[in-house]
Design a protein around this ligand. Sequence first.
Ligand SMILES: [Zn+2]
Length: 574
Amino acid sequence: MRVSKLFGKTQREAPAEADTTSHQLLLKAGMIHQVAAGSYSYLPLAWRALKKIENIIRDEMDKAGGQELMMPALQPLELWQETGRDLAFGKSLFTFSDRRDRKLALGPTHEEVIAKMASYNVRSYRDLPLLVYHIQTKFRDEPRPRAGLIRVREFTMKDLYSLDADEEGLDQSYNKMLKAYQNIYARCGLPALLVEADSGAIGGKDSHEFMVITESGEDEVIYCSDCKYAANLDKAQSIKSKVESGKLLPKEEVETPGMATIEQVANFLKVPQSHTLKAVFYIADGKLTFAVIRGDIEVNEVKLKNILRCIELRLATEAEVVEAGIVAGSASPIGITGVKIIADDSITSGASFIAGANKPDTHFRNVNYPRDFKADLVADIALARAGEECPKCQGKLSSAHGIEVGHIFKLGTFISQRLGALFVDPNGVSHPIVMGSYGIGLGRLLAAIIEHSHDAKGIIWPLSIAPYHIYLCPLHLENPQVAAKTEKLYADLEAQGFEVLFDDRKESPGVKFNDADLLGIPIRVTISPRTLETNSVEIKRRSEKEAQLFLLEGITARLKKLVSEGISRLPKSV
Ligand SMILES: [Zn+2]
């Protein structure tokens, strides 16, 4: 490909709206173009890289026994209503009516479509297990599209679905996919950390994410360096620090004039915040809900939402709290009725807490559970923090930011049950198919690779997914010898099947080198009047500083070796 003909121009400056490195570099390199919020065109260079990612993914899915098929984005909303996931996805689901007033949705994922198809195509246990997948466009109406290709509303995803007869089969399918995913990241030159994850709107029990650890990531990962424990903050657990529990003393009232926050109350009464109980009010599907947790710990709203099995959860406003007859600032579960109370299990690890007295400017000392109040449910609803103890090995937990580049779920049977995807066992008894779901967003993976592999000058593509392998860079093309030798080399390389981007522009060496670095093509081959003095070319790897001269004679064999080394040098697994 000749750079002079390439659709997509490099820019000197990255547009101001680009908020992450991958977004800046992709725009600067002229590789993507924003059409609407969270909706992007891929120009030829980015599209070639995306196709390579797609081929790696397809190859690994096929090797694991996957069968490729194709399902449409356009789906009847009814299908979503049958599983109830129209509500779980809420506003993220794009819905609209057709000319006959039939309600439609643009698929954010395809569990429903697969289960419906399986209800026609799977009869007996002999038809199972199955791994079926497609690579197709998904739509999600994200509230805040951002970071270029990382959080978008339209994107290409590989989604594979496993169909099994039982949990054991699901475990095997899940492990196969886990391994296939690790191979994909390794082949893309990307270290991806396996972390426990929340199942979110997709539903199901076990679920894992693959995270690329990077400052710009919007997810937070809690991990232990002593063992392999790692989890998304939404899901992460920790051993909560113990609070000394002395003798059970009688509850007593104490005046706390003007003290409304945990910090104020704790300071005023000269106790650590861990000796207080905090009241947090939520509206869960329209109902006021009371969460009570130790004063030094924050509520994890994802855990709370899962425990409440609600669709919408938000903090209650002060007006909503007051309307329920509760004294904000001095609230506690003591004597409260008519409101659902969820308590974090941290309240059982200590005794003699300070808690609100449910009247203005007053708190109680020596509050104990369950002596002084009841909860509808006691569970872990706490946000884990770095510095706390690992739930697996008691090591110290750390935290880091990450980009989620893959998500796998053990769905179980709730979708197949609702959509009648059944099979008959050897005894003629009918059962719902046990399902798993495995997704990778291709564009986000591409952006994560750039976040992981770049420098101040531009992208550094791993050879396996680079749009081209060689950047052929003649300097002083007005020199007839340079022009002739470069054209000849370009023709030879093309004829031998090399992937070459030929910078045939009459630009200065500075402009050409800057663009070569920005575009991140792995091997730069420079021909200039100076290199031709020794009938040589200069070869420089994008990932290295040093360049080396090599004789033009035999150069294609040397380049062939470099390209194949570039692929084999990638990490085998992470
Ligand atoms: Zn650990």
